[in-house]
Design a protein. Structure first.
Lengths: 330, 324
């Protein structure tokens, strides 16, 4: 079918017009494209700086935590170090006494009728000194304590390692009770002698997650709770339970509670009620971010003068349920 | 009589909630009369009943801090010298140990056996040989006399602090201000100064380089232990504070911005402390600093001319001149 000349003309016009329009608009489009690139770059820079801040904050809290655990190690280290040195002194003293006993025996062995009485006396004296000063018994007790102290130090270091997950990164099937336990161990210096800790761990299916991140979530919630109870009469209660399709962890303090004016902002990055220099306002926003990225949710319930409860809920993986059973069967 | 006292082994009380720490310390001090308790609530009673010479106390314990425990011991058994032994040197504990516990030394865990034995032995001898001062409170007439005679020297070039101190103290004391070490020395040479209020460093005023004052505080204490020092600081650093206790025996440490109430209280009791030392100069040993290797280093951080001038400062207390 041949095109009528008018139709041809029209078609040409349309094509030409479109081309002209394209040609005329091109600079604007290019400008727009440039603008878009700028915005994207800005956004990227902002994201980078935010993730840098989050990373820095994570490092700062890691530093704080390491300092806390280092302090915790100082007590066992104190008596282990002292005991080892004192045991060396006790052994030296014991050696001297043994020496006296030996020379007493030699004296007795070589004694003649005249010196016998004196030799016996020296021997008995050495024997009695040895009997009244339980140097070896003391040394054994001190070494027993030292050995216990070394176990505590090993335990603290193991906690730190399991918290930081230096050996494993990325996704893993995790028993969240373990995660909470390691966070509690790492935060022990914030709580010890000050805050009563109640735990009620239920049987949990394992959760597919980044354990290092969830450890961070629980540490931040525990730190927050500890800071909400500055006195010496607070109680921290941590409970875990499995629901039909999720795992729920609650972290409750008996602190002052969160006022209504503050409540909507608590998960905002950089929002803080702490004095300048004490809080970055990033702790709870990290918690929120990590929980969301795991497909979970976080809820807060608070009452002024009574305390605050955070509930973290994470989807339990069905496949994960089967895993422990298989292990049992094996 | 005094020989009999000296022959009796020193009585030490160790307070720590961790039994393995007290067992270790008892073994380390097996040639002393060592008492231990794992319950800090019992410590003040034991210290006073047993007439203890030296108390070595942990800081973090359930129910009570070491600082609080030592404060109670200070009231119930004022003769006992107090040492804080802790694995947690947070600033709050350090400041509390100065301002409330008035500790002789602050020792960190893990401790060095020889050093701890030396510190405890020195403290014990001082407790035996020198009388304890009564609380730093004077009668109204004495206080008036003291305020009339004894000057207060402020060494700080931070104008805000200077202004505040002028406002708080000028109406009550002879206060003199020095913005640099040179001026401070002139004042010390010319006027009887009982209390020195000192920043940890200069450098607020001119664009000049910051200069550290803690060395001077330590040297001043070393040669003129009667002068009572109050340190004001905005740099909250626990290690500096610990060094100022152990090597400078500072009397109080105040954080900037300073406030009226605590400042007046501190200066009042510092004046009273100086006045009491003036009357019972032998008690100054209770606040002495040991000539330790570290101390020589801090001596070295002060220039020779300043060192010489500090050594030659006229001593206003006869007995002390003889000690030096």
């Amino acid at each position: 079918m041949a095109l009528s000349p008018s139709l041809l003309l029209m078609t040409l016009c349309v094509v030409f017009g479109a081309a002209a329009a394209w040609f005329l608009c091109e600079p604007r489009a290019r400008r727009l494209q440039n603008d878009l690139a700028d915005v994207e770059a800005d956004l990227k820079a902002q994201q980078a700086s935010q993730s840098h801040i989050i990373h820095t904050t994570k490092l700062a809290s890691l530093g704080q935590m390491v300092a806390g655990v280092a302090h915790e190690i100082n007590t066992p280290l104190g008596f282990v170090k002292s005991n080892v040195e004192v045991v060396a002194d006790l052994l030296a003293e014991h050696e001297v006494q043994l020496g006296r006993l030996m020379s007493g025996i030699d004296l007795l062995h070589n004694a003649d009728a005249v010196s016998l009485a004196r030799a016996r006396e020296a021997l008995i004296r050495a024997r009695n000194t040895l009997a009244t000063q339980p140097l070896l018994g003391d040394a054994r007790d001190l070494l027993g304590d030292a050995s216990e102290g070394l176990k505590s130090i090993a335990h603290l270091v193991a906690n730190l390692k399991s918290f930081a997950r230096v050996d494993r990164d990325g996704m893993d099937l995790v028993d969240l009770n373990e995660s909470v336990r390691s966070a509690l161990a790492v935060a022990a210096h914030l709580l010890r002698d000050r805050v009563r800790v109640n735990t009620d761990f239920g049987q949990l299916p394992r959760v597919r997650c980044m354990p290092s991140q969830l450890n961070q979530v629980f540490l931040n919630l525990i730190t927050n709770a500890a800071q909400a109870m500055p006195g010496e009469s607070g109680t921290l209660s941590i409970a875990s339970r499995a629901t039909a399709d999720a795992v729920e962890i609650t972290v409750a303090d008996t602190g002052g509670g969160i006022p209504d004016s503050v409540l909507p902002k608590i998960f905002d990055p950089f929002f803080t009620t702490k004095p300048v220099g004490e809080g970055t306002g990033i702790g709870l926003s990290i918690v929120h971010k990590i929980v969301k990225s795991h497909g979970g949710s976080i809820h807060v319930r608070t009452a002024i003068g009574q305390g605050t409860t955070f509930t973290v809920s994470l989807p339990a993986e069905l496949r994960a349920l089967a895993a422990p059973l298989r292990e049992k069967a094996a | 009589m005094s020989e009999v006292i000296a022959l009796r082994p020193l009585r030490v009380l160790f307070v720590d909630d961790e039994a393995r720490i007290t067992r270790a310390l008892r073994a380390l001090f097996r040639d002393f009369e060592a008492h231990v308790t794992n319950d800090p609530a019992d410590a003040p009673r034991i210290a006073s009943e047993r007439d203890i010479d030296v108390v070595v106390c942990d800081q973090r314990m359930p129910g009570i801090t070491g600082v609080d425990c030592l404060r109670e011991i200070r009231q119930l058994a004022p003769r006992a010298m107090r040492i804080l032994l802790t694995g947690f040197s947070d600033l709050k504990a350090v400041l509390g140990s100065v301002n409330e516990g008035e500790v002789f030394r602050f020792v960190s865990k893990p401790w060095d056996n020889r050093e701890l034995r030396e510190i405890v032995t020195t403290a014990g001898r001082i407790a035996r040989e020198t009388p304890a001062l009564a609380a730093d409170v004077l009668s109204a007439s004495e206080h008036e006399q003291a305020r009339d005679q004894v000057g207060v020297l402020v060494i700080d070039d931070d104008t805000t602090t200077q202004q505040r101190l002028r406002e708080f103290l000028q109406p009550h004391y002879h206060v003199r201000f020095a913005g640099n070490a040179e001026r401070a020395l002139q004042i010390l040479e010319q006027h009887e100064t009982g209390v020195v209020i000192c920043a940890t460093e200069l450098g607020h005023g001119d664009a000049g380089a910051n200069s550290d004052l803690t060395g001077m505080v330590k040297v001043l204490k070393h040669y003129h232990p009667c002068i009572v020092t109050i340190v004001v600081t905005d740099r909250a650093n626990s290690q500096t504070a610990i060094d100022l206790i152990n090597e400078g025996q500072v009397y109080r440490m105040l954080l900037k911005p300073i406030r009226m109430g605590p400042t007046r209280l501190s200066v009042d009791s510092a004046i009273a402390r100086y006045w009491q030392l003036k009357r019972a100069p032998s008690a100054v040993r209770r606040f002495s600093v040991m000539p330790r290797a570290d101390n020589v280093v801090s001596l070295a951080s002060v220039s020779d001319t300043i060192l010489a001038r500090i050594r030659q400062l006229p001593s206003r207390i006869a007995h002390i001149a003889r000690l030096g």
